[in-house]
Design a protein around this ligand. Structure first.
Ligand code: CUA
Length: 403
């Protein structure tokens, strides 16, 4: 069983144990009585059937005792239910949105996340809502399972006395990818949480502009090509062989320290197979600029496009592939600029060129134009900010060549 990291978990476990205990006890009693009566009142011992008069005392006992037991069981269930329902005053609030087929967690400062990150030992109030069909928010480690009905806000809370990671599931069958509706509950220290909550996503544009400015990109590529220098594609934490100035070879991991060194003193750890041609940037770059570039390189995913983060957060990628393969929805690859056959509201097949407006409409009101061969299953995404919308459209545009 999961550790009892949530105070209400104790009560829930206790309720289950008590109910199970009584059930076993009653099973044993009933079986024992049954066997006893089989033996005592069998035909051999009682060839002639006797007329047994009722007993008031026995009737009182077997009415009152079960009533007390059932009331007691109700009470244990009720008190654990109350512990789960009584949200402490001043809890930190997180909005939980379920939709086909992913989760979105929205914090009070507007931070959005695909995983539920919370500080340890802090009560967290969850405001649950569904965008489309009924889902069920389930964290086994918290003994928490709450149905999410579209248009009906329900509230729950949790608090963990231990840091760690636990799974979040959807416990209500909600369609094709129900089983993929997964997320993580990440319980971190208060300090870590503070940093996480207020961290600005690395500004990929800024870092890329800097790298353009300093000329990094005239030799290093992001797409894997290695004409003049090692590529920066997927460089974060990659293991590589380097040659030290004394000629010996060692294997290093491209972490922050390594990347700093590689920019400031490239000759000190030279990637095996490359000449010592890159000038050291120690004098030229400010410390801040180096930090921005290194951070950017370490968050490799964001190198691709800042809009990809939006797509991940919003769960687009659980139904749309980034190439042109078909999933629940059409793939994003090669979509932009293509001619799409779609079914209009009146059922007629039409064609349209995929441009900014087409994509915007497909996000905000997906039912208006249904791509031929697909079903009308996507919920409307009306609450994207204009920035998020612009990034998302730009991201899809950037995938135009990704067939
Ligand atoms: Cu959502 Cu199952």
């Amino acid at each position: 069983m999961y550790p009892q990291i949530f105070s209400a978990a104790k009560e829930v476990d206790q309720a289950f144990l008590i109910i199970l205990g009584f059930s076993v006890l009653i099973l044993v009693l009933v079986t024992a009585f049954m066997l006893f009566f089989l033996w005592k009142y069998n035909y051999k011992r009682n060839p002639k059937a006797a007329d047994i008069e009722g007993s008031v005392w026995v009737e009182i006992v077997w009415t009152v005792l079960p009533t007390l037991i059932v009331l007691g069981l109700f009470w244990t269930g009720w008190s654990s239910f109350k512990a789960m329902r009584t949200i402490p005053e001043g809890s930190m609030e997180v909005k939980v949105e379920g939709r086909m087929w992913s989760w979105l967690f929205v914090y009070e400062n507007g931070r959005k996340s695909a995983n539920l990150v919370v500080p340890v030992n802090t009560p967290v109030k969850l405001v649950l809502d569904s965008k489309d069909v009924i889902h069920s928010f389930y964290i086994p480690a918290m003994r928490l399972k709450w149905d999410m009905v579209p248009g009906m806000e329900t509230k729950a809370w949790l608090q963990s006395n231990s840091t760690g990671e636990w799974d979040i599931f959807c416990a209500e069958y909600c369609g094709l990818k129900h089983a993929d509706m997964l997320a993580l509950l990440q319980v971190v220290s208060a300090e870590e949480f503070d940093v996480w909550l207020n961290e600005q996503p690395v500004d990929g544009n800024r870092a890329q502009a800097l790298m353009e400015e300093y000329g990094c990109l005239s030799c290093h590529s992001f797409d894997g090509s290695e004409d003049a220098a090692p590529t920066l594609k997927d460089i974060a934490m990659r293991e590589r062989m380097v040659v030290l100035p004394n000629g010996s070879k060692v294997s290093v991991v491209a972490d922050s320290e390594y990347l700093h060194k590689a920019i400031l003193k490239p000759g000190a750890e030279l990637v095996d197979g490359w000449d010592d041609e890159m000038p050291p940037y120690g004098d030229e770059m400010t410390k801040e600029d180096v930090d921005i570039i290194v951070e950017f390189l370490l968050k490799g995913v964001r190198v691709e496009h800042p809009g990809k983060m939006v797509a991940e957060e919003q769960g687009c990628l659980s139904c749309h592939a980034t190439d042109s393969s078909e999933d629940v929805g059409p793939g994003f690859g090669g979509l932009y600029g293509s001619l799409r056959q779609y079914v209009a509201a009146d059922g007629k097949e039409m064609a349209a060129k995929v441009d900014e407006n087409y994509i915007k409409e497909s996000i905000v009101a997906p039912s208006v134009k249904i791509a031929v061969g697909f079903e009308d299953g996507m919920p409307p995404y009306e609450d994207l900010t204009p920035d998020e919308m612009a990034l998302l459209i730009d991201y899809i545009r950037s995938l135009a060549g990704n067939k």
